[in-house]
Ligand binder design. Sequence first.
Ligand code: TYM
Length: 338
Amino acid sequence: MRIFSGIQPTGRKHLGNFIGAIEPYVHHQEQGEAIYCVVDLHATTVPYDPATLRERVYDTAAILLAAGLDPDRCIFFRQGDVPEHTEMTWLLSSVTAFGDLNRMHQFKDKAGAQRDLVSSSLFTYPVLMAADVLVYRAHRVPVGDDQRQHIELMRDIAERFNARFGVGGSGSGDDAPLVVPEGVYREVGARIMDLQEPTRKMSTTGGTEQGTVLVLDEPKTIEKKFKRAVTDSGSEIRHDRDEKPGVSNLIEIYAAVKGVAFDAVEREFADARYGDFKGAVAEAVVERLAPVQERFAELRPDEAALEEILAAGAAKARALAAPTVALARELMGVGPVG
Ligand code: TYM
């Protein structure tokens, strides 16, 4: 069982990323052969500053390591260090429908937010994401709920490649050239919402500042953000996404961070007021993030050590990716017979 996932180096990783993805990465590294990467190339699809990008990669890498990724248990690297991802992207583009890319919600949202140039790489972003996973023939992809459409597309791309280039048109099965991967979504916490606008997902680009809790926020800031969190009419602490989106989000955060079920949270706070409940959620989050922040402060300053970890990971990743690219080239008739 091979697991792959990627995370953008925005550096301002939030509680949604932490609960929806980073915690699952740590969990999955115990379950099989796990491969994780910081996707610096994806970060170049929207306006950015090159020097800041490098810093953000270190920030993100240090957060993941601080959260518990262990380079001895998983392969952890920077996407741009493994050129097989970009070559695979081009090869897969030939079996990716323009119409499918044109239907991607994230492209529409992000393109709509650009003031000037909308890059073509923002449009083909999902093909690079498909290449990230398919080049390792990974089986499972732990992600948050917002990546569902991208995962569906990567499955279609794999199936189309297998049907078009697989020997005898073998579209699936173990002898197919590409593995059709499955998205893995956390049962509780795959979609953490903005604390100020709980019908929108928590996000540093599309959410509100006060409603977005950052992994590196000071405890006081975290407490303030939860204290100001929007709750709903009534006073009952009950999980109901439609009628009580604010309270439900807080229940999910508490349940995920404490590792308990919704109804246990409802029971625990049956007689509590909203204010007390918000205080308890803030405390649980502060407690959960404290050791991560502490470890981050130790790891982040040593950029040479971070580089060493990423470089060692990239060497291992390349060794796994190269044979898939070689096979894809051969099946597609690119270059001399292998
Ligand atoms: P990114 O960097 O935006 O987010 C990283 C992970 O965090 C999850 N996530 C959330 N989970 C729960 N609640 C939220 N509010 C929330 N916001 C974000 C995301 O679903 C993601 O799992 N395109 C990807 C990066 C990527 C990738 C890949 C992922 C590139 N190549 C290959 C998997 C496989 C992205 O932008 O994630």
